[in-house]
Design a protein. Sequence first.
Length: 472
Amino acid sequence: RTFKAATVDDALAQIRREMGLDAVVVETKRVARRSLLPWCSSRQEVEVKATRAPVPRRAASSHQSSGTKTRAVAATSPKTLSAAMAHSRQATASATTELARPRRPLAADLAPPPSLLSESGPAQNRIAPNEVPPAELPVHRPRIVPPVRRESLAPAPSSSKFDNAPIVTDTHVTSPDIEQRLESLQQMIAELGRRTRPRGLVEIPPELFAHYLTLIEADVDDEIARELIAKLQQHAAPGQLAETASTTSLLAALIEREIRCAEPLTPKRGCRQIAMLVGPTGVGKTTTIAKLAGRFGMSDGLRVGLITVDTYRVAAVDQLRTYAEIIDLPMQVVTSPEQLSTALALFADFDLVLIDTAGRSPHDDRRLEELKQLVDAATPDHIYLVLSLAYGAKSLRAAAERFAAVRPTSLVLTKLDEATGCGALLSATRDIALPVTYLTAGQEVPRDIEPANPCRIARLILGRDRLDSSPN
């Protein structure tokens, strides 16, 4: 077995604990263990190989004298642990053997010091019957390693570029030392990033890395964020990259170009408009209907009628009826396309009719077909696909693909206050290919809704505006 320690005494102590006093030291050498950290120099340690001594057996022949047996053992057997430890303690300043440099064993290496012969008892001086006589010993046999000076265990010369660095004995680390180490780590991480970057990805300039992090923290897709940084670098004037305020304004302008918005509802007296809200379950369609009804019915004084076909959820009908009673608006509940046509006829002289539909799972083809029949019966002027920004860009894209059968005209993005960031708006407008009409954040009726605006969205993404600071 091989034992490693800082000194020979420590290694011998390990051997004594784990293998006992009868262990035999086969080889001792000094090795260098390099550190993984660049600012730490390599460390020197001692490596000792040991094995268990064979069990003493009776003498093979009686005609050999005691002195002959002692000489045979001295020439063929490695020293035991007890003898090695005793000799190491008393002869630390007398040995001259260099352990770190491999060499051929000399005759002096094969003979133990006299102290070992004197310490060996009668049982250790006997040759076991299965041992080879001295004349027949093989060439490659374990050599006895003489005791080692402590001076020989000093660190060997190394070619490392960090060898000239001073050894720090004080445990107090100064601030410049910490800064230097952090800078070294940053350089290593940057180099690793350059080596592992997939091909085709845009490299982020150091001056624009803070803008890239802002986009990522706002939940902007990594590919879109890198494209925006590349455009920013392309459009920036020479020397402008170092000016944070200038690059932030330019980045906001680039984001505005990526966002498509549609005009909000503009109902007029005597000219009825019909708006239908569709979308998955739980995205806030009923609350959005109530916000729109409160804004146009209470603030603008228009005649607004409400129709709900969300008969699958009794709570949704009761919720909308409560809103209608509060703002004093008429409401009709229908269950089929025919009843929907009848309700629309009752609101023929109204300025605005808002239709709330039941949430459909994007994977339920039968419910989507029912929704399509309702759309055909209503022939609305606006079909708003309501999606929750809290679901993420991937879910938004999947829902939009399934609801494309009802031919939505624009998006209403809800629950911005529950989303990780407003950056998913970029993915939504790019992947869904529909403009955004309204944004909602919060449950207050009719306050927490606002028309979509590219400048406002860009400022939200960059953290320059807050959701509770709506311009409306």
